[in-house]
Write a protein that binds this ligand. Sequence first.
Ligand code: S3P
Length: 440
Amino acid sequence: MQSHTRPSVGPLKGRLTVPGDKSLSHRAILFAALSEGVSHLTGVLDSADVRSTIRAVSSLGAQVDAASAPDGSLNVTVTGWGATGPQSPTTAIDCGNSGTTSRLLLGALAGYPGLTVTLTGDESLSRRPMRRVTEPLERMGAQFVDREGCLPVTVVGASLSGIRYESPVASAQVKTAVLLAGLRASGPTSVIESAPSRDHTERLLPAFGVEVTREMSTHTASVSGPANMVATDVVVPADPSSAAFLVVAALLVPDSEVVLPGVGLNPTRTGFLRVLARMGADIEVELNEDPAEEVRGTITARYSPDLTATTVSAEEVPSLVDEVPILAVAAARAGGTTRFEGVGELRVKESDRLAAVVDGLSAMGVAAHATHDVLEIVGPARLAPAQVDSLGDHRLAMAWTVAALAMTGAADREMTIDRFEAVDVSYPDFLEHLGRLGAR
Ligand code: S3P
């Protein structure tokens, strides 16, 4: 599918709730499936990736009942397999495009002796590295049959022992996979990271009855196995990564003011707000006073015509790893050279996002360059209409849509985005929501 986007001339105005957080939706469903009892999950994202997790845990024996709420989110009731353990499915589990589904399942399932399950994925997921997860899990005693470190991977359940693992990548998927395996292992399991990745797992596991010990100064999280999980209720906040697209759109379209309530504001996810503030963006954040595990609040973003370049350091990257494409669009409209350091991980996301950002922005007339792990964008550029490709990557499809909205003085020309339907992975209502804010 192609989307022909005509640049909007009017401001973006209004208040809306972006869909539920993808990372937390996956975790809530998977943790509920592992637990004893019935969990009620609300605010769950209804998207292709989350549907992959729902299908996966269902085929493993969890009972899942998902119903659409009036706001488009899912109310999900999960009866977990708990002490009974998962069943071996009769066919392979298709994880679709979802790295989180596949990597978290590898860790969660590795420690069930007698279980055999094969995970597959789409073309993009089948190219993404799984060794980063299977390697530490094998050190715990896990057994896998894989195709050169990629999907399909067959998990052959085994008895596990806890480990102390210094992860070479700051990845919440790796950390979560090892900690979940740790719950089925004997003894303590610790994961140490070089920089803190998103900590949703550490915050959510205690709600499911599991003790997690953390040493913040060394970025260490530990669990002690074997540990049983018990059902609970979870309210999923709105996704800051989805909000980021509407925030940047508001900053770049003249006279805009967009208000986004109920957004998850976990500091391990909000690096993009800190970077945009440094660039001179007019953004206000008001925290809710509810005592939830995950802090949430309202983001107000207003047109900001005088954005300036900044340098994003490697230490900041884990807190904005999914926001680099949309921050690159903001950088294209900012004065000076914006530099993203230590962003090599973007090469192994749903697409090679460094190459894709350079290609897409270059097609729009922006000077953009990337080395192995540094991205530089020179602004302010006018952003000329172009034909660009999402490469099947949801975050690129949305970033290019925002770029189209930001094309000043090009109101009579069209931007064409190939494979736009990739937005279904995390934000199926993206165009409809932009329309509600006044975009055409
Ligand atoms: C995620 C972690 C990040 C992120 C992905 C979701 C998660 O990946 O890019 O979209 O839910 O744990 P890495 O952990 O591989 O950096």
